[in-house]
Ligand binder design. Structure first.
Ligand code: GMT
Length: 376
């Protein structure tokens, strides 16, 4: 197949999933064209089946807001014609499904019928898309996609509850490539980060309010009172400064390392003992899954789709959003004893195997085939 993928090229989970999916499809000999405003961060262009087409928005002084959707839909029309693309897969409804629909309609005028698969990722539904300013356009774009997928049952339920949806929604969970990890690392170089007797606690995100970053600092504050430990904070975002200030105020600044964005997530997770994800909302929690496949148990909230990924008492523990005390107690329970930690590490890894890429990519391919049939 000749597939166009539209996504956000940044460090967010939706862009990571879209990129890894594209890479997997290219390995299966499909031609994959990424169409976005920047080369996706995890995209390596060394595979001859992977192509990248940049969307640029010309600046014009009349525009108070630059019309990205317009530039994207025009680029889609041009690329679909030029590279004879069979199918369009857009990740994140806003504005990708909307721009994709416009491209589809423009192509129909020329007798070209291209199916569009839309994957809903989370905040496009639960946070941003639900805003009255966007809701009619998001509802329209979902209802006019040929196939709609969501990354968890929870996100599917949210979509059906929040929008007037006439389309069937297929749940296709996020995934990780287990084999890639097995071959990547032999030496974690843990000693660079912590003393041998210290435990390493990690959080990775875009540091937005929805991640409850200050809860992470509070949980770690409680952990380090009982157990020698370090906190690794990976990512960039609006809540980072507040978290840094809080660490200073609590006197734990020396024990917390803020990394900023990193392309070495697997290396960091390789030497981590525990992952914290106390989010207010989370459609899936890809970062938690990435931790689990690296044998890192997860202390999380029970928000959204997280319970579909993190299993209470097996791969970690779940608590109500904001229950910092319970999250701290559970973290200490896992970290205090080597044997307990080891059993949670194994539990996390086994649970992660269910989301191996080889189980999930065929689900997308089946949906692509039915989408193609629907327009033929
Ligand atoms: O985590 C974020 O806020 C980024 C966001 C995104 O769109 O990139 O993540 C969403 O999509 C990820 C990939 O499907 C999911 O794993 C995240 O749970 C989801 N985030 C939220 O629902 C808050």
């Amino acid at each position: 197949m000749n597939i166009a993928i539209v996504c956000y090229p940044t460090f967010g989970g939706s862009g990571v999933v879209a990129t890894e999916l594209g890479i997997a499809l290219a390995k299966l000999n499909h031609q994959v064209h990424f169409i976005t405003y920047k080369q996706p961060v995890r995209l390596n262009l060394l595979n001859p089946n992977i192509h990248f087409h940049e969307v640029t928005v010309p600046e014009y002084p009349l525009f108070h807001y630059q019309p990205y959707e317009l530039a994207l839909s025009s680029k889609l029309v041009d690329s679909i014609k030029k590279y004879k693309i069979d199918l369009l897969h857009v990740h994140y409804a806003i504005p990708h499904a909307y721009a994709g629909y416009m491209a589809k309609k423009m192509l129909e005028e020329e007798g070209i019928h291209i199916p569009m698969v839309t994957t809903l990722h989370g905040t496009d539904i639960t946070l941003v898309g639900n805003h009255p300013y966007y809701k009619p356009a998001v509802t329209f774009s979902i209802n006019n996609s040929d196939i709609v997928t969501s990354v968890s049952e929870s996100l599917k339920d949210d979509t059906l509850r929040l929008f007037d949806i006439k389309k069937n929604i297929d749940v296709v969970p996020n995934f990780i490539d287990v084999n890639l990890l097995k071959t990547s690392f032999t030496d974690c170089q843990r000693e660079l980060m912590a003393e041998p007797e210290e435990r390493i606690v990690t959080h990775i995100s875009n540091f937005r309010a929805v991640k409850r970053i200050t809860d992470i600092v509070d949980i770690f504050y409680n952990i380090q009172k009982e157990i020698p430990s370090k906190l690794l904070m990976v990512g960039e975002g609006p809540e980072r400064r507040e978290a840094e200030k809080k660490c200073k105020a609590l006197g734990i600044k020396e024990k917390v390392i803020f990394f900023g964005n990193s392309n070495e997530i697997d290396k960091i997770l390789c030497f981590s003992d525990l992952f914290l994800l106390p989010s207010e909302r989370e459609s899936f929690g890809l970062a938690a899954l990435e931790a689990m496949v690296n044998k890192v148990p997860v202390i999380s909230s029970n928000a959204g789709g997280i319970p579909e990924v993190n299993v209470h008492g097996v791969s970690g523990y779940l608590s109500d959003v904001g229950n910092v005390e319970e999250m701290s107690e559970n973290a200490i329970r896992i970290l205090r004893d080597d044997k307990v930690l080891e059993s949670f590490k194994e539990g996390a890894y086994k649970q992660a195997l269910k989301f191996d890429i080889h189980n999930i990519v065929p689900l997308y391919i089946d949906l692509y085939e039915s989408a193609l049939e629907s327009v033929s």
